[in-house]
Design a protein around this ligand. Structure first.
Ligand code: ATP
Ligand code: MG
Length: 436
C-alpha cells in the first residue's frame, strides 16, 4: 500500500474555487441547450466493449489502444461481459435511443454532459478522465440541422464570452464516394511506400484515410499532396455541403473549408467540423463533430440519419481561466460571527430562515487549530470572514440578540460600514445581503 494516496495519472480532482467555474459553465450549457430545444440524456459510464468497437470503428486509436476495458465477474451461468468505460458519448446515446425506441415519433434533439475515459498520454489539455458536452440530433437528414448544431456551438461560445475560435468545415461525402477516394489514396500511398512511417504502413490497407490525420511532421508533405475527397463528391453531397455553408453565411458565422478534415472516429459522413482555438497550443480543438447517418443502423436500430458534436470541457475551461473569467457565486453573501457558543441554537435558526429566503451564508465553526470547541477570538473570526470572500459579516453578539437584531458589517465595497438590522424580517435581511 502506498504511504500516500494520489489520484490516478491523467485524472484530475476538480476543487474549489475552480469548481465554481465548472458549475457556471454547466449552467450556461444547460440554458443554451434549452434555448435550442435540446434535452438532457444521461447514460451509464460503463457499456459493453463491443458497442464502442462497432460504433467507433475497430481501427481507430480510441478503440485500438485508448479504452479502459475489463472482463466483468462471471454471472451464474459462468459468462463474463467485456465492459469499457465510455471513451465518448455518442455510441451510448445512440444505443439508448435504439433500445428505448426514442425515434418512433420523429427526430430527437439530445445533449449530455459528463466524464469520458481514454488512456492517452496525459499532457496539457489531454487527460485520461476528461469531460465532454455533446449535442446529438437524431432522425434528421437535412442540412438545416447540421447548420443549427454549428450555430448552437457558436452561441455557447458567445454566452461564455469566448471569441478566440475558428470554424473548420469539411464534407466526407457518402460511402461510395469515399470508396472511390480511398482507392485513389491507396494507389497514391503505395506509389510513395518508401516515405510511409510504421503507423502509416500498418494503416494503408486498414484505413488509409487515417494516414491523412498523421501527427508525424516528416509525413506532412506526403499527406498534403494526397488526392482530395472533395474532388470525388457527387451532386447530392455537394448540394448538402453548399446548403450548410449558405446557412452559416446567412447567420454571419465565418468558416474555413478544410478539405483534409479527418475526424478521429470512423462513423462520420457528409458534414464534419471542428472549432479550433489558437490559445491552447497543440490541444487547440475545443469542439468537433459531424453527420453520422449510418451509426444508428450499425448499432442495431432502424436506419436513421443523425448529426452531432462533442466539446472538450477542460479545454474550454482552460480558455476561460486564461481570459480571467471569474465565476459568479463562488463566495457566500455573508459570514456569521458568533462570540459565544451558547448563542448557536438561536443563530442557526436565524441562518436557516436567511438561507430559505435565498441568502448564501457561512456559519463560523470551531476549527481544530482553535483547540476543542473553542470558537477563537472575534479578531480571528473576522479574519476568516474576510478570507472566505463574503461581502458581509453578520455579528450575532449578546446585545444584538437581546434586542432581536444582528449587526451587518460590509467587508468589501464600503468596507467597515455597519448597521443593526432586525431579525424579525429575515426576507428583508436576505435581500440586503444579496444586494451589493
Ligand atoms: P484530439 O484530436 O484533440 O485528440 P479527438 O478528435 O480525439 O481530439 P473527439 O473524439 O472529437 O476528439 O472529442 C471531442 C473533443 O473532446 C475534442 O475536440 C477535445 O476538445 C476533447 N477531448 C478529446 N480527447 C480528450 C482528452 N484526452 N482530454 C481532454 N479533452 C479531450
Ligand atoms: Mg484524440
Amino acid at each position: 500500500m502506498p504511504d500516500k494516496f494520489t489520484a490516478i495519472k491523467g485524472m484530475n480532482d476538480i476543487l474549489p474555487p475552480d469548481s465554481a467555474r465548472w458549475e457556471w459553465f454547466e449552467s450556461i450549457v444547460r440554458q443554451t441547450m434549452t434555448r435550442f430545444a435540446f434535452r438532457d440524456v444521461r447514460t451509464p459510464i460503463l457499456e459493453h466493449t463491443q458497442l464502442f468497437a462497432r460504433g467507433l470503428g475497430q481501427a481507430t486509436d480510441v478503440v485500438e489502444k485508448e479504452m479502459y476495458s475489463f472482463e466483468d465477474r462471471a454471472d451464474q451461468r459462468g459468462q463474463a461481459d467485456n465492459l469499457s468505460l465510455r471513451p465518448e458519448g455518442t455510441a451510448g446515446v445512440v444505443r439508448a435511443a435504439v433500445e428505448h425506441n426514442l425515434l418512433y415519433d420523429g427526430g430527437k434533439r439530445l445533449y449530455y454532459l459528463g466524464p469520458m475515459f481514454r488512456r492517452e498520454r496525459p499532457q496539457r489539455g489531454r487527460y485520461r478522465q476528461f469531460h465532454q458536452v455533446g449535442a446529438e440530433a437524431l432522425g434528421y437528414a437535412g442540412p438545416q440541422v447540421d447548420a443549427e448544431l454549428i450555430l448552437l456551438a457558436a452561441e455557447l461560445w458567445r454566452a461564455l464570452g469566448l471569441s478566440d475560435w475558428r470554424l473548420e468545415l469539411g464534407c466526407l461525402g457518402q460511402p461510395d464516394e469515399r470508396r472511390a477516394h480511398r482507392a485513389a489514396l491507396v494507389a497514391y500511398f503505395e506509389a510513395h511506400a518508401d516515405q510511409l512511417d510504421e503507423d502509416a504502413r500498418r494503416r494503408l490497407h486498414v484505413n488509409p484515410l487515417r494516414i491523412l490525420d498523421t501527427k508525424n511532421p516528416a509525413m506532412q508533405a506526403l499527406a498534403d499532396g494526397a488526392p482530395q475527397l472533395l474532388d470525388h463528391l457527387g451532386d447530392a453531397s455537394c448540394a448538402h455541403f453548399a446548403a450548410v455553408q449558405d446557412a452559416l453565411r446567412a447567420c454571419g458565422i465565418d468558416y474555413r473549408i478544410n478539405p483534409r478534415l479527418v475526424r478521429g472516429l470512423d462513423y462520420y459522413n457528409l458534414t464534419v467540423f471542428e472549432f479550433v482555438t489558437g490559445s491552447l497550443g497543440a490541444q487547440g480543438t475545443i469542439c468537433g463533430g459531424g453527420r453520422y447517418d449510418y451509426l444508428i443502423e450499425e448499432i442495431g436500430g432502424k436506419p436513421a440519419p443523425a448529426v452531432g458534436w462533442a466539446m472538450g470541457v477542460e479545454r474550454v475551461l482552460e480558455l476561460l481561466r486564461q481570459k480571467g473569467v471569474a465565476a459568479p457565486g463562488a463566495a457566500p453573501d455573508a459570514y456569521a460571527i458568533v462570540p459565544d457558543a451558547a448563542y448557536f441554537p438561536r443563530v442557526l435558526a436565524c441562518l436557516q430562515a436567511l438561507r430559505a429566503a435565498g441568502a448564501a451564508v457561512q456559519l463560523h465553526a470551531a476549527g481544530h487549530a482553535d483547540g476543542g470547541d473553542g470558537l477563537g477570538s472575534m479578531k480571528s473570526q473576522f479574519k476568516k470572514a474576510d478570507a472566505c470572500g463574503a461581502r458581509y459579516a453578520l455579528i450575532f453578539g449578546g446585545d444584538e440578540l437581546a434586542a432581536g437584531q444582528v449587526t451587518v458589517k460590509a467587508l468589501r465595497d464600503g468596507a467597515g460600514a455597519q448597521a443593526r438590522l432586525s431579525l424579525s424580517d429575515t426576507a428583508a435581511l436576505a435581500v440586503h445581503l444579496k444586494s451589493p
